[in-house]
Design a protein around this ligand. Structure first.
Ligand SMILES: *Cc1c(COP(=O)(O)O)cnc(C)c1O
Length: 357
């Protein structure tokens, strides 16, 4: 049975603050009017500010999960004439590979494990590429790539830089200008701590120039950008989530983005300082503030621990699938976390391993 009152530590959905849940409890309003237009226009401006987007950047607001926005970015910005380097360090890197293949975009797949690409020289093997696609935080393994190094590489090699920042936006630094990012993909249900269903692609002027004719009606960015000029979308948007986004962006504006990032770091550090007492190791050397990936050091299956926490403690952490099912589980630090809330998980793991502090 799904218990909505479980303690939630998954990297999407994440714990939502009460003021966001209150908006979700209200009647969905009509949206083809000035009030909604002003709300959407303000969301666009606030998002572009948060991402340090270059002047002239725009946002496409899509009613879709994050994968929909990843696919839309590929469909609108790349063509069969492109050759895309895809950083494939896990499940989400693989998703970019699959999307490119689905749309007949030629791919140089850079398989990588346990590295953050601070050294980009291995990418020199893919001469003649036109674009680079990367998940800034590969959520299946908890690896945060070196986006400064990758950004410089894209600038030097004139690559269109498409970044999935879904699981690190507002918990970790990302900067479209400094990191030469042309398309930044984000989604509602990770660090933004809203319900799933809304995804956004932030487009630099260079990316906007690349929008060609895509074979999609629903995901045609030209229409989103044109209607967006007057604060509207071509089709019914995720109205309530957009109102929640607006409230969340105003809160971040008040508190500052740095405060938001510091808060996530503080929660991550607090959790991680307890890990050494358990037979668990940190799985990645390059973890973001957003999440901790853990691996059992006593031979126990990671999925056992996930199951115990769910069945016995009403705590949901994220299992891994496939080959990592026994090796890794993940604890998110995104959303409305407090040290008291994290203590529930720490106490449960202390109890599970017989640790007294
Ligand atoms: C969660 C996530 C997505 C989106 O997945 P959906 O299930 O389509 O919302 C994409 N990329 C990364 C890195 C993610 O963590």
């Amino acid at each position: 049975m799904i218990n909505p009152e479980s303690y939630i530590f998954t990297p999407g959905p994440v714990k939502m603050p009460p003021y966001i849940m209150e908006i979700g409890a209200r009647q969905t309003p009509y949206f083809r009017n000035e009030f909604f237009s002003n709300t959407l226009l303000e969301c666009e401006k606030l998002l572009l500010d948060l991402a340090s987007a270059p002047i002239g950047s725009r946002v496409a607001f899509l009613t879709a999960s994050g994968t929909g926005a990843m696919e839309a970015a590929v469909m609108n910005l790349l063509s069969t004439n492109d050759k895309a380097i895809v950083i494939n360090g896990g499940g989400f890197g693989q998703r970019f590979v699959d999307i490119c293949k689905c749309h007949d975009v030629a791919v140089h797949e850079h398989k990588i494990d346990g590295k953050n690409l601070a050294d980009t020289s291995p990418l020199d093997a893919y001469a003649g590429s036109t674009a680079l696609l990367v998940n800034a935080h590969e959520t299946t393994k908890g690896i945060l790539y070196d986006m400064d190094a990758i950004g410089n590489y894209c600038r030097e090699n004139k690559l269109l830089h498409i970044v999935d920042a879904i699981s690190m936006f507002v918990t970790d630094d990302i900067n479209m200008r400094n990191q030469h990012i042309d398309a930044l993909i984000i989604s509602s249900h990770k660090g933004l701590a809203l319900p799933p269903g809304l995804s956004m692609v932030l487009l630099s002027p260079r990316a906007i120039d690349r929008i060609g004719h895509t074979k999609s009606l629903y995901f045609n960015f030209s229409n989103y950008l044109e209607d967006g000029l007057r604060g509207q979308t071509p089709f019914t948007p995720a109205v309530t989530i957009l109102l929640q986004l607006h409230a969340r962006l105003k809160q971040i504006e008040r508190d500052t983005l740095q405060h938001e990032i510091d808060k996530a770091k503080c929660i991550a550090d607090y959790f991680r300082k307890h890990v050494s007492a358990w037979p668990l190791g940190l799985y990645s050397r390059f973890m973001p503030n957003a999440m901790t990936a853990l691996t059992p050091t006593n031979g126990e299956s990671a999925s056992n621990i996930v199951k115990h926490l769910a069945d016995r403690c009403n705590i949901v952490v994220a299992p891994n699938g496939g080959a990592l099912q026994d090796i890794v589980f993940r604890v998110s630090h995104m959303g409305d976390m407090t040290t008291n809330y994290v203590d529930v998980l720490i106490d449960a793991l202390d109890h599970y391993y017989g640790v007294t502090r």
